[in-house]
Design a protein around this ligand. Structure first.
Ligand SMILES: [Zn+2]
Length: 188
């Protein structure tokens, strides 16, 4: 399983792409509207308190939707797979990219990993975290050639050694799966 870009939270090695809920975006207009209303109300007034409560309700709604999505996704992954291997986020360091950081916080990746870990434990699945540096995106899963650079916006690329056309996230996911299998087999 590979963490994907903003349009898709994860991609699995058998090609499943989870999609992304984008609740923060969906509710951003409402949040802005109720924030404006709140700002206009007089300090200490009943109206101000009511406006504050309304805004808090929207934030709670976003958090609930996100939590629900993450739970459904983690349960599905654990149900359908005996082994789940994933990279830890530090490896990709994507949060350092400003443009992506908002989308990433919406993805709830940290929470997804946490849920996968304990659900795998509950249901007797193997959970493998790949937390060493491993060029999962840049390595061709077909022939093992490693590309020098692969900017984030490139979603598909041709391997110059074997000429395979590779989907960035699917390719990474297959590499992570193989790395996970190696860790289970050899304790590497
Ligand atoms: Zn290749």
């Amino acid at each position: 399983m590979a963490f994907s870009n903003a349009t898709c939270i994860i991609t699995t090695s058998d090609g499943f792409k989870s999609g992304n809920h984008k609740y923060t975006k969906k509710y951003s207009k409402k949040v802005a509207k109720y924030s404006r209303i709140l700002a206009k109300k007089k300090k200490g007034s009943c109206n101000k308190n009511r406006a504050r409560l309304n805004l808090a309700k929207i934030h709670a709604k976003v958090a609930d939707c996100r939590k629900d999505f993450t739970h459904k996704l983690s349960s599905r992954l654990v149900n359908e797979n005996q082994v789940i291997s994933c990279e830890t986020l530090q490896v990709r360091n994507m949060v350092k990219n400003r443009k992506l950081s908002k989308a990433i916080s919406d993805c709830n990746w940290g929470e997804l990993i946490r849920q996968l870990e304990y659900k795998c434990d509950w249901y007797g699945r193997d959970f493998v975290k790949i937390d060493r540096f491993f060029p999962s995106s840049k390595t061709c899963n077909n022939c093992g050639a490693v590309k020098d650079t692969l900017p984030l916006h490139i979603r598909k690329w041709h391997c110059s050694s074997c000429n395979s056309l590779l989907d960035r996230d699917l390719n990474a996911s297959i590499n992570i799966k193989v790395a996970g299998q190696a860790i289970i087999a050899f304790g590497a």
